[in-house]
Design a protein around this ligand. Structure first.
Ligand code: ERO
Length: 311
């Protein structure tokens, strides 16, 4: 019995990764992920130029999760591209992930052209769902814009590309977005980014807990798991089988991971819990998953992946 996963031509020791944004800003953090029990890891979403991000405080741990309005602080695409190209040379057996997003339409194209022109051959995650950029709506809530952008991107981008999506809340939206995504040779979709623009209140102080945008921020952790599972399940039922699904949102335990695999995820990403517990979370969670598989008599993840039963 084991938790290995074969995906994108690589064999991973587990299906667990960090969610972009958590523990992946600096070389030191990335090296710690590389040394952890994560099956793969992804870099912080990068823009063309380095960014400071929003004013602090911009991240707050709540009793059931987190709220953040980081505002895309990152060290710039060259930093993360160089890091992953170096790892690719030293560890060709690993599966590498780079996360990117532009601050506007032209920058989205420019950053992907840069990745295309580089010697990087790993996965690129195109973040269409940052909820925390003042004045900039999340791209993937604009269906026409998403289709136009992906059409232009696939005119030149030939490396494996995934998209990070925001949560959807209506079955008609799953239908419409899946119809668009199925037109493209996507490697995967990652559902979900944080639930955008929630509000957490400190009752004692009668005030919000983060400074940017009047306290509005992306919600992660336990609050979001049912929404995230529904997004994974809905896309698994609608996307062509070549498009794999990465499930993200509210994973605290091996049981949560088991639920994501039942819904059809091929990999899962952990954000809030990794922030709270550090990279040792991967080993604990994977051990918990193994214990569940053992109790249920499953030898491999493939035996139950996508097999959620209806009543
Ligand atoms: O504010 C951020 O840097 C951020 N926070 C999220 O919850 N999701 C994101 O995608 C993101 C920036 C890309």
């Amino acid at each position: 019995m084991d938790t290995t996963i074969e995906i994108f031509g690589h064999k991973l020791a587990s299906g667990l990764m960090n969610a972009s944004g958590v523990h992946c800003m600096t070389l030191e953090e990335l090296d710690q992920l590389a040394d952890s029990q994560a099956g793969a890891f992804i870099t912080k979403t990068a823009t063309l130029a380095p960014r400071q991000g929003n004013e602090e405080p911009r991240y707050f741990d709540t009793p059931l999760g987190s709220i953040n309005s980081m505002g895309l602080p990152n060290l710039g695409i060259d930093y993360y591209l160089d890091y992953q190209i170096d790892r690719q040379r030293r560890f060709p057996e690993e599966l590498h992930f780079l996360s990117v997003a532009g601050m506007n339409y032209a920058e989205n194209l420019a950053i992907l052209k840069k990745v295309q022109a580089s010697e990087y051959t790993g996965m690129t995650e195109f973040n269409l769902s940052c909820p925390n950029l003042p004045g900039k709506p999340q791209i993937a809530y604009d269906f026409e814009l998403t289709e136009q952008l992906l059409t232009e991107v696939f005119g030149f981008f030939t490396k494996p590309l995934g998209v990070k999506l925001p949560p959807y809340f209506d079955l008609a939206h799953f239908d419409d977005m899946a119809t668009i995504l199925n037109k493209f040779p996507l490697a995967y979709v990652n559902s979900i980014n944080s639930i955008g623009n929630g509000l957490y209140i400190d009752v004692e102080q009668e005030e919000v807990v983060i400074r940017p945008k009047g306290g509005f921020g992306g919600i992660g952790g336990e609050y979001v798991k049912p929404t995230a599972l529904a997004n994974v399940r809905a896309f698994a039922q609608r996307l062509k089988p070549e498009i794999k699904i990465i499930g993200t949102g509210g994973i605290l335990t091996g049981k949560d991971v088991f639920e994501y695999f039942l819904c059809g995820a091929s990999l899962v990403q952990i954000g809030t819990q990794l922030h709270q517990e550090g990279p040792k979370a991967f080993e604990r969670i994977n051990q918990e998953l193994l214990a569940i598989m053992n109790a249920k008599g499953y030898q491999t993840i493939e035996e139950f992946r996508g097999k959620l039963k209806e009543k």
